[in-house]
Structure formats: C-alpha cells, structure tokens
Write a new protein. Sequence first.
Length: 446
Amino acid sequence: MMLRPVRLTRRHLLAGFGATAVAGPAAPIHARSQDPQRLAIDAMPAPLSLGPDHHETTVWSLRTGGSSQIPRFRQGESVDAVVTNGLTTPLVLNWRGPDGAAAIEPLTARSSISPGRTDRYAFPLRQAGTFMCDARLLGDGMTRPSPAQALIVEEREPIEADRDEVMLIEDWRLDAEGRPVAPGPTENEKKIGPPLYLVNGKPSLDLNLHVNERLRLRVINACQRNAIALAIQNLDVRIMAIDSQPAEPFLARNGRLVLAPGTRIDAIIDATLPAGTASAITLHDGGGNPRQIALLKVSDRPARSAPLPTPTALPSANLPAQLDLRNALRTDMPLISPAGTSSWDRPALFSTRRAPAFRIKRGRTAVLALKNTTTTPRVFHLHGHHARLLDRLDDGWKPFWLDTVLVDAGQTQRIAFVADIAGAWLIETMAVEWSAPRQVGWFAVE
C-alpha cells in the first residue's frame, strides 16, 4: 500500500503544537492492594546500541525493579520509591506528571544523591496518566547522557481498549569518535553528529494489530532537546490525554502529534485499515528528512466485525472546571534572564535562598506570561501543577491541560493554573538546541 509522505518544517512543527486543540504485549490490568507499592529505581551504567552500525556504547541508565520493563500502578495507590545512585556523579530524579507531590520535588525537597547512596520517599498517585522521570536535571555537559524512564498509572476503571502500548522516543548525539554526548554547552559543537532517534531503546517499533482492534498509544517525547512531530498515516488518531491529564477528546489534524521535549500524549487508534496493509509513523524534527520510526501492521484476523464506538473522555480527578482569571495573580515570565537580573540559574547552582519568581496564596489562580525574546524556540516546564493554555485574547483556554509548553521564537504564551498545594515548586526552561543549557527557578505556594 502506498503511503503519502508528509514533510514538516520547524515552523510547521511549532505551529502544530500551538494549534493542536483547534485543529509488545500490553501489560495486564488487574486489581491491586491499597498498600504502598514499592518502586526501586537504580541509576547505573548500561549498554545501548547507537548509530547506523548499532555500535554498543555505555550510558547512564535508570532501571526499575531490576528490569527494563515499564512499571505500572493504579490511580489512588501510593508509591514507596527507593532510588539508588550507582553512578560516579550526584543524581537527582526529575518527575513529570504527578500533581501536588511536594515530597518528590527535585532541588527544593530532594537534594542530590551522592554516588553510592540511596534516597527513599513516598508519593501518592492522585491521577491516572502517562508519567516520566529522568536523571538529566544535573546532566548538562556530564561524561555520559542518560535515557528516561516511563511510568504508567492506570485508571481506576479500565478504559475500553484492546492494547495499551508505550512509544518512548529519545534523541542522541555522537561525537567524532562515535561516543554519546550529553547535551549542554560544549566547545566542540561542530564535531557533534546529527540526532539519532530510538523508540523504546530500539531504532524502530513494529506493532501488529487485528482489524478493528483498538490501540491506546502512549507517546512520550523523552528527547533531551528536540521538539518533534509524529505523522500517523491513514488512520484516525484521537487525542485523549496530554501531559498525564485528560483532554476533551479530539482528532489530531492529519494524524499529526506535536510534542515538546517532555510532552506525553495518550491517543486512541482503531485499526480500520484493510487486512494486510500498514500505517507508517514518521518523525519530523523541523530539519532534514522525515524518519519512519514505527509501523502499525494490520493482520488478516479481525478483532471484531466493526470498530468500537467513539471513546468518551477520560475521568478527571483533581483539576477545576473553571479558572478565576479575574482575580488571578499575573506574572511576566521571561524565559531568559534580562540584563542585570537573575531569574534563572543552572541547576547545580540552584538554591531557595534566591528570591522566587513569584509567591502566591494557596487556592489562587496564577497567570504566567511566558515570553521568549530569543531567536530560538524554548521549552517551559511547570512542576507540581497543570495549566491551561490561554487564548490569545485571554478570554478562554484550550480544552486540555499541560505541564510542558513550547514557546516559539519572539512569541509569548499565557498559561493559567490553580496553585492548590503549598510548597516550593521548580520551574525549568531551555532552548530547543543541543548546546543550550537547562535553567531552573522556583515559585512559592503559601
């Protein structure tokens, strides 16, 4: 079957992100006890195959429970995490997704773990969704780069889907000697090769589906710097959740998903193609040719005689239906420090002794104007909360929640959220380029 190619420039990629709303065997789902669930995370050197010749090299990996499988929990459970640092450098885990879990906040609640030491903490899983953690917060310019780790929290009541699969996409760069390079400022940027992409640690992913089978696909942009777009050919792609929170379901325009670094999207795909055909999934990063990274193959044995009905919205557990914009605390948030100020700093130098970006009373709505005055797109990540992306006229919001926002060069995006959990919360920003430093700040909910 011939598939029509799709080409996306960087401008198209970024425009798609801002306009999204307007436009292996699955793990078994079973009942779990209400006792805290133990999650062992070991940071250690591990082999990884990279490059066109699949050269095996060593990276700093995160392993859960002594295996490479993705851990799965159930909404409402509590996790007892035990993090062991088997690396030669300090480590701090950076979580994406959990709301209101002040105990896991990197740098504010959890200091870095020294080599050979262990940290232990518990946190509740208030909402279902697709989560991610990584060890990259202190990783700029380090000896070796580090992959990310997905974590799945299933709904209390399983949704109607036959398969539940994760597609975790990462970018890697090699130096002239073929060694993987960590992102961040470097003196030898010109000697670093083009990005290499892996899906679940491999060059590509093939999924075999039956006719009319329903797939829940959890896509994670675990790239260290790159924003990406995925084009899923010839199938309807219905977006159900973004950044670990339910969205009002909508069809992705032209089967395209646009993800900033750290963004997670849950989509429903019904295998409605004829038996024996396939749907290619291509990756676009705004430069170079698109790459096919996955293939959805439809077999000749039907799962059912007709597709399932259109899925209903996922249940929302902890977010308000309305935001009080009239009485909101409004803060300008330049994504790069203006001359003579110090709003942002490198993670290794972070301290809550530095003044926060803003202070807000618990329960009040915050509106942040994320201003990118540079010539490069930038990413903003909000810790511990999810926000609405406001319309340009500030008179409404998009029908989804985000914790990660991509702001194009020279643009301003406004987000709003309810600061409902007291604590010291991190914010992050970085440019979408390999040599850009990661920077952090914080805000206080009192």
